[in-house]
Write a protein that binds this ligand. Structure first.
Ligand code: NAD
Length: 553
C-alpha cells in the first residue's frame, strides 16, 4: 500500500500491544495524533498548526512503532525531530520516551535553515502537541479559546458576547475552536477560511453552525443573529487579507477582531491573496520564495485592516500566530499596537499555574470520560467555573479519535485530579488506563516573546531557561514522556517550549509519579511568574507553600 493511502487508528481496549502501559500509551497517542478524525493532513503525518507533524516520515513512524513495541519498562527511547535515534537502559521511574523536535542553534533558528534541513530529511516541525503525541483534536484549544473570549467579554462587554459580532479567520485544527468558543460565550462570529474542506469539517463536527460564500451573506446573517440576540457562528469562504480590507472599505467594523490563520509559517500556513488552494499549492512547490513574498505582503494588508478596525472602535487582539511580527517585518510600523491574547486576557491564570490540562481514555470508550467528568463534578463541586465548563463541554464537544477531555486546572487541582483518575483505573471503574498531559502553551513551559511571554512585568520575555527547567524537572519527577520543541505557535526563532505526559495505569508507582509531576509542572508556572514579579504568583506561591529560595530573601 502506498504511503498516501495509509490510515492510522490507535488500538482501543485493555489488551496490550507493548510490554507495559506507558509504552502502550505512547504508541496509542502517536497513532491517535494521526487518526483521520484527529489530524488535519494525516497522509503527510501533519497533525495541526501549519505543518506540525507526529513523526518525520513514514519510515521513521514505523521504526518508532517497532521501538515502542520492543521497549522494556526500564528503557528510554530517544526521538530526534520525529525520528527514533536510540534506546538506552535507564530505570523504571524515568520517562519511557524523551523527544527533542525542531531545535536549532539560536543564530540558525530561522525558517530558511529549517526548510533546508527539512528538505534533506534531517528535521521535522513538531509544533506543540503534534510532535509530542498529546494532541486531542480541536477540543484541545476550545477551553482556552472560550476562556480568552470570556475574559474579553468581562473586560469590554459586561460579561457576555451576546449582541456582539467577532470577525476572525482560520478554521484549521486550532482555529476551528473559535466559532464554538464564541457561541458558547453568547456571541456571533464570522470566521473567514480560504479552504472549503476545512469549513466543512468544522460544520460537520459541530464547531461551526453554518457557512456561506459571500461577504454580503455573512453580514446579513450576522446582523440578523445579533439583532435577535442569538449566538451564531458563520464560516465565510474567502481570504482574510482580501475580506478584512473590504469590510474596512464598507465601513463595516466588528466589535472584536482577531485571527488564527497559520501566519507563523509563511510557506505552509498562509494563503496569499488572489490564489485558490490549488493555485497556492502549485506556487508553493514551484517558487517557494515568491510564495512567501506574496504571503507576507498579504499578511501586511491583513494587519493594516485589523489596525484600522481597532482605530474605529473594534477590540483587536493577536491570537498567537505571529501575524504582527510578519507585518512589522514588512514595514507595518504599528503592527504591535494591538496586544497578544496572553497579556490581554490569560496571564493571571498562568500566575496560578492554570492552563490547558487534559486526559485521554485509552479504552476508547466515551463512558470512561463521562465517569471522570462525574467524579470531577463531585470532587470540585465548590469550583463553579470548573463545573460549568464540564457541563458545557459535555453538551457541545464531539470527541475526535480517542475520547478526551480538556479542563484548565491549576496547582494543587492537577495533582488531585491525577490521583483521582489513577484510583479510578485501579478500582476497575475505568475500562483501561488514562493518559494525562497538557498543551505546551501552559503556565511554566514556554518562552515565546510574541505570545506566552509577551510583555512580562520584568522584561524577561525572551529568557528561555524556564521551558528547559520545566522539561528537566518533569523528567526528574518521572513523567512518562517529555519533550523540548522550538518554533511552535509562532514559528522558527520565536519560541522554545516543553511538553509532558504522565500515564495513570492504576499502579502505586503511577500514583507517585502523577503526584510528583502534576505538582512540579504547574509549580513551574507559579515560579516563573513569581520570579517576574507578579503579585498573584507570589501570593499563589505563599498560599501553596512552594519552596522558592529567591522569595525567602
Ligand atoms: P492550521 O494550519 O490547521 O489551520 C490554519 C487555517 O488557516 C487553514 O485552514 C488555512 O486554510 C487557513 N488560512 C490560511 N491562510 C488564510 C487566509 N489568508 N485567509 C483565510 N484562511 C486562511 O492551524 P491551526 O492549528 O488552526 O493553528 C492556527 C494558528 O494559531 C497557528 O499559527 C498556531 O500556531 C496558532 N495557535 C494559537 C493558539 C492559541 O491558543 N492562540 C493555540 C494553538 C495554535
Amino acid at each position: 500500500m502506498s504511503d498516501q493511502k495509509r490510515v492510522v487508528v490507535a488500538p482501543r481496549g485493555s489488551k496490550l500491544h507493548t510490554k507495559g502501559w506507558i509504552q502502550e500509551a505512547a504508541l496509542r497517542m502517536l497513532m491517535n495524533n494521526l487518526d483521520p478524525e484527529v489530524a488535519e493532513q494525516p497522509d503527510q503525518l501533519i497533525v495541526y498548526g501549519g505543518m506540525g507533524k507526529a513523526a518525520r516520515n513514514w519510515q521513521a513512524y514505523d521504526q518508532i512503532v517497532t521501538a515502542l513495541k520492543e521497549l522494556e519498562a526500564d528503557e528510554t527511547l530517544l526521538i530526534q525531530s520525529g525520528k527514533p535515534v536510540a534506546v538506552f537502559r535507564t530505570h523504571v521511574h524515568s520517562p519511557r520516551v524523551v523527544l527533542a523536535n525542531s531545535n536549532l542553534v539560536p543564530a540558525w533558528a530561522n525558517w530558511k535553515t529549517f526548510h533546508e534541513l527539512d528538505q534533506k530529511g534531517l528535521m521535522m516541525y513538531g509544533q506543540m502537541t503534534a510532535g509530542s503525541w498529546i494532541y486531542i483534536g480541536t477540543q484541545g484549544i476550545v477551553q482556552g479559546t472560550y476562556e480568552t473570549f470570556a475574559e474579553c467579554s468581562r473586560q469590554h462587554f459586561q460579561g457576555s458576547l451576546k449582541g456582539t459580532i467577532t470577525v476572525t479567520a482560520g478554521l484549521g485544527g486550532m482555529g476551528g475552536a473559535q466559532p464554538l468558543a464564541i457561541t458558547m460565550n453568547g456571541g456571533v462570529v464570522i470566521c473567514i477560511e480560504a479552504d472549503e474542506s476545512r469549513i466543512k469539517k468544522r460544520v460537520q463536527t459541530g464547531y461551526c453552525d453554518t457557512w456561506v460564500n459571500s461577504l454580503d451573506e455573512a453580514i446579513t446573517q450576522a446582523e440578523s443573529a445579533k439583532k435577535a440576540g442569538r449566538a451564531e457562528s458563520i464560516g465565510l469562504l474567502g481570504n482574510a487579507a482580501e475580506i478584512l480590507p473590504e469590510m474596512v472599505n464598507r465601513h463595516y467594523i466588528p466589535d472584536i477582531v482577531t485571527d488564527q490563520t497559520s501566519a507563523h509559517d509563511p510557506l505552509h500556513g498562509y494563503i496569499p491573496v488572489g490564489y485558490s488552494i490549488v493555485q497556492a499549492n502549485d506556487l508553493r512547490v514551484k517558487t517557494p520564495e515568491l510564495y512567501m513574498t506574496k504571503a507576507k505582503q498579504s499578511m501586511a494588508q491583513h494587519v493594516l485592516a485589523i489596525l484600522t478596525m481597532q482605530k474605529q472602535g473594534a477590540i483587536a487582539f493577536d491570537y498567537g500566530n505571529n501575524l504582527r511580527q510578519v507585518a512589522a517585518d514588512q514595514g507595518v510600523e504599528e503592527a504591535f499596537r494591538y496586544p497578544g491574547f496572553v497579556p490581554a486576557y490569560i496571564r493571571p491564570q498562568f500566575c496560578e499555574g492554570r492552563g490547558p490540562f487534559r486526559w485521554v481514555a485509552l479504552s476508547g470508550e466515551a463512558s470512561d470520560i463521562k465517569k471522570i467528568d462525574q467524579k470531577l463534578l463531585e470532587v470540585f463541586s465548590a469550583n463553579q467555573g470548573l463545573c460549568n465548563w464540564i457541563k458545557l463541554a459535555q453538551k457541545h464537544i464531539q470527541f475526535q479519535g480517542l475520547p478526551a477531555r480538556i479542563c484548565w486546572l491549576g496547582y494543587g487541582e492537577r495533582a488531585i485530579a491525577g490521583t483521582m483518575i489513577n484510583q479510578m483505573v485501579a478500582s476497575g471503574e475505568l475500562l483501561a488506563p488514562v493518559v494525562i498531559g497538557r498543551d505546551h502553551l501552559d503556565a511554566g513551559s514556554v518562552a515565546s516573546p510574541n505570545r506566552e511571554t509577551e510583555a512580562m512585568k520584568d522584561g524577561s520575555d525572551a529568557v528561555a531557561d524556564w521551558p528547559l527547567l520545566n522539561a528537566l524537572v518533569n523528567t526528574a519527577a518521572g513523567a512518562s514522556w517529555v519533550s523540548i520543541h522550538h518554533g511552535g505557535g509562532v514559528g522558527m526563532g520565536y519560541s522554545i517550549h516543553a511538553g509532558m505526559v504522565v500515564v495513570a495505569d492504576g499502579t502505586v508507582e503511577a500514583g507517585e509519579r502523577l503526584n510528583r509531576v502534576l505538582t512540579s509542572d504547574p509549580g513551574m508556572g507559579i515560579v516563573r511568574h513569581a520570579d517576574a514579579g507578579y503579585e498573584k504568583a507570589i501570593h499563589a506561591a505563599n498560599t501553596n507553600k512552594l519552596n522558592i529560595p529567591f522569595l525567602k530573601g
